[in-house]
Ligand binder design. Structure first.
Ligand SMILES: [Fe+2]
Length: 372
């Protein structure tokens, strides 16, 4: 791969200032380095050329959405994301990619690759009932279809598999918690047709609500909304049944694109039964503190490649590693970390399973102990 001489300008700590959480000093370093095409992609030069914000595709927006778009656009272009030290993250990214390649070759040499690929192409429908004392009678039996981490351009046929699993399901609400494409940079339009096929197959009385993951560019927002998804970017949708209601709050991905808007959105949601939709489990503390009863997320793929017994080797979590898969409880809040429909990196799974989750909310009556 040809290397070119490129001028780079790295800024350390600026991301915290974008977040307006606290102020830290900026450190600017400029210089000329030899860099190849792959490095340029990863550093975001490619993104800068490809994805300048396009207000026409984003549609009308209020002040909150405009502010989010500006911050997220800056983070995506500079590959700063939410890490404090962009350079460290860049090298970590390169090391991860090389380790993945080496691991893939190892699997092929051991004759395990095709079995892992077969495992990845099997999607289960996991059903579970969750019991809540605060749930009003009108929402007793409310069915939520949860899809996450579709990564539709990773393995051919993923969209068709998901379509087959959901096409006959009748639910009250469909929620998606992000990661619709494979890469964290570059083009995204290749996932729009398969995504539309999946969303068209959803039969949900209260519609489809979604959030973005760490693999999704902010310019995708307009495309998803045009397909009928209500994209919640640090926002809340109120769903009513007669005089009763539940609040569904969707956050922008907190793993790579955290801003204070996420915490503010959790704090602003009116009291009552509240459900948080977040790409990763990493906001569990803030959600529980703000009185949320249910937290639905993905991001970890359940570990994707796990040791026997389902023990994950890598979770890609900075916080909440104990919530890397399945049902969990944190103080008064219940959570579910979906293992995802798709895969990334090496297209294989071991000791984990791709899934769509069908969750039924149940009202726990006074004096009756609830199940998980
Ligand atoms: Fe993912």
């Amino acid at each position: 791969m040809a290397a070119v001489l490129k001028k780079i300008h790295l800024v350390f700590g600026e991301n915290r200032i974008n977040n307006q959480c606290s102020s830290v000093q900026k450190l600017h370093i400029s210089g000329w380095i030899s860099i190849n095409d792959t490095d340029m992609d990863a550093m975001g030069f490619y993104l800068e050329k490809q994805f300048r914000p396009d207000t026409e595709t984003l549609g009308p927006e209020d002040e909150r959405r405009r502010l989010w778009r500006q911050r997220r656009s800056a983070m995506e272009r500079r590959y700063h994301k939410s890490g404090r030290y962009a350079l460290r993250r860049f090298f970590k990214f390169k090391i991860m990619v090389r380790l993945e390649h080496a691991f893939g070759y190892g699997l092929r040499a051991a004759g395990l690759y095709s079995q892992g690929r077969k495992n990845a192409m099997h999607i289960a429908v996991n059903t579970l009932d969750l019991h809540f004392s605060k749930l009003s009678a009108s929402f007793d039996g409310y069915r939520v279809l949860h899809l996450t981490d579709l990564h539709l351009d990773m393995l051919n046929g993923t969209a068709a598999l998901i379509y087959e699993k959901i096409k006959d399901l009748k639910v009250d609400l469909c929620v998606l918690t992000g990661d619709y494409r494979q890469r964290t940079y570059g083009k995204y339009r290749q996932i729009l047709d398969p995504m539309k096929k999946i969303l068209d197959a959803v039969s949900a009385e209260d519609g489809i609500v979604g959030t973005l993951g760490n693999h999704d560019p902010h310019v995708m927002a307009g495309d998803l909304e045009a397909m009928g998804m209500t994209l919640l970017v640090n926002e809340t949708k109120i769903i009513k049944r007669g005089d009763e209601q539940i609040g569904v709050t969707g956050l922008d991905d907190p793993h790579d694109y955290y801003t204070c808007q996420a915490k503010e959105a959790l704090a602003e949601t009116p009291n009552g039964f509240k459900m948080a939709l977040v790409h990763s489990p990493e906001m569990y503390h803030a959600a529980e503190r703000n009185g949320y009863q249910l937290y639905l997320c993905g991001h970890t793929h359940g570990g994707q490649i796990c040791l026997p017994g389902g023990y994950p080797i890598i979770t890609h979590l900075r916080d909440g590693k104990k919530f890397a898969r399945g049902s969990w409880q944190f103080n008064r809040m219940k959570g579910y970390t979906n293992q995802g429909c798709g895969v990334v990196g090496i297209p294989v799974r071991f000791n984990t399973q791709s899934e769509v989750a069908l969750i039924t909310l149940r009202r726990r009556r006074a004096g009756r102990p609830g199940k998980a």
